[in-house]
Design a binder for this molecule. Sequence first.
Ligand SMILES: Nc1ncnc2c1ncn2[C@@H]1O[C@H](COP(=O)(O)OP(=O)(O)OP(=O)(O)O)[C@@H](O)[C@H]1O
Length: 205
Amino acid sequence: MRSSRVFPLIGTPHGVRLSGGVLLELAGVRAGYGAPVVGPISFSVAWGEVVGLWGRNGSGKTTLLNAIAGAARVFDGRIVKPESARLAYQRQNAPPVAGLPVCAQDLIDLTGAHAECLPAFLRPMLRARLDTLSGGQRQFFQVWACLAAPADLVLLDEPTNNLDPRAETALAEALRSLGPDRAVLLVSHERDFLDRVCHRIVEIG
Ligand SMILES: Nc1ncnc2c1ncn2[C@@H]1O[C@H](COP(=O)(O)OP(=O)(O)OP(=O)(O)O)[C@@H](O)[C@H]1O
């Protein structure tokens, strides 16, 4: 696993604020929908870090990403990030694109992502409609649209689904070259992939 620095939370009489290096802090979070399905859990993500979430099916990994994105309810504890933090969220189940006149370039443009750094083997497909691409090709563009977006915190839920080894290697390289000005929280069932790209892995459940 890669090396990392962990920065503490600073408690104040008026609540909690983040110390210099922390982008995201979960403190005693229980999250869910009608009722809690995960937690209590505490961990932090520092600027420049790639942090993995690992756990069995149904342990609540996606729910935690949803809670961070404001799409699941936080019952206890707190999720702290700078108000100005920009989020990009690649969901496990992307919306269906069948019949939509949307090409890969449109998707990239939608998030303001940079297409220049796309792996060479995908560039010829930028003008192809998403519904004419294979599952793996579409998945890569969906991941890339988030990973290369101008976001501070990138949430990736099972980004390697349907990717072949070449695409997975390209994704790993992009994650390993992440700059100090953003961070990634990554859910995957591929332990080898997490070990390769993450500074730290948080186990759920
Ligand atoms: N929208 C929802 N409403 C109610 N319960 C939900 C909802 N989404 C998920 N759940 C429940 O929350 C629990 C955690 O689901 P979640 O998808 O977060 O797990 P996960 O760890 O991401 O699973 P997997 O590895 O299979 O993707 C499951 O028991 C699931 O049935």
